[in-house]
Write a protein that binds this ligand. Structure first.
Ligand SMILES: [Zn+2]
Length: 70
């Protein structure tokens, strides 16, 4: 369940502590955000693995950081 304080990391309940859950929520927010493809300039890039992104439109495979493209 998404919460106000820790967003999507609310699924971990009261465990692990607020600080680490806030960090998790931040990473998940970055993963969920639409990222523009540097090849065709559309926001159709999906993260398929750590640092690997695929554009759904032009099928380009793009490397980036673990959780975000830039
Ligand atoms: Zn593209």
């Amino acid at each position: 369940m998404a919460t106000k304080k820790v967003g999507s990391a609310g699924r971990f309940g009261a465990r692990y502590g607020a600080k680490i859950r806030k960090a998790v929520a931040n990473v998940e927010k970055l993963q969920k955000a639409k990222q523009a493809c540097p090849v065709c300039r559309t926001g159709n890039v999906k993260r398929v693995a750590k640092g690997i992104y695929v554009c759904r439109k032009c099928r380009s495979k793009i490397t980036g950081k673990a959780y975000t493209l830039q």
